[in-house]
Design a protein around this ligand. Sequence first.
Ligand code: DX5
Ligand code: ZN
Length: 216
Amino acid sequence: DAAPAVLPSMLICDFGDLRSEVAKLVDAGTKVLHLDVMDGHFVPNLTYGMPIIEGLRRHTDLPLDVHLMISDPLKYARPMVEAGADMLTFHVEAVEDAVHTAREIKKLGVGVGVALNPDTAIRDLDSCLDEVDMVLVMSVNAGFGGQSFNPVALDKLKLLRDSHPDLLLEIDGGINEDTIGRARAAGCDLFVVGSGIFRADDYGVAISELDAAIAA
Ligand code: DX5
Ligand code: ZN
């Protein structure tokens, strides 16, 4: 069983001062950074790609968990790894062949995750579950921070946890002090938090409160 952890999502943050954002997160006890890559095609929003990942890589040794909300994950997988990604998670909705996608990412020597949106059934993951290190269960539709939590994610987490006791499970979207405990109870290991941290005055206080809610 993996130790539970809160992963700050670099989406609603100060992109003009990423170095101090990372320093504040490190001071707050962050162990892994979650990076939201969007292409304006798979999702109707556009964020960043390899240059930002490479820039973050120069400022921190923290593992970089890269959430690819893009239409063609294999086109960018190798450049993302060369930029410093440690884990690449692709969306099952984005690809024709999830098994092939997972195996090709694995060959690059990084962890591989598969993500699914709230409307996607977990049976769509059946073929690739044995090929991935992690499943990212979305509790909002991928694309934007600050949306409200969809509890359909909890049922998916429970089913995945029961069928795959050793699989790493991550949740992303609308995670706050109220929802994080429910996700933990459903078997989740990694909790991605955007607005719950970046809209707080003190990241350290926000993260300790989330940690406490996981443990409760
Ligand atoms: C949404 C992103 C999330 C997002 C979460 O598409 O994948 O990582 O930043 O933000 P909150 O915690 O505000 O829902
Ligand atoms: Zn994300």
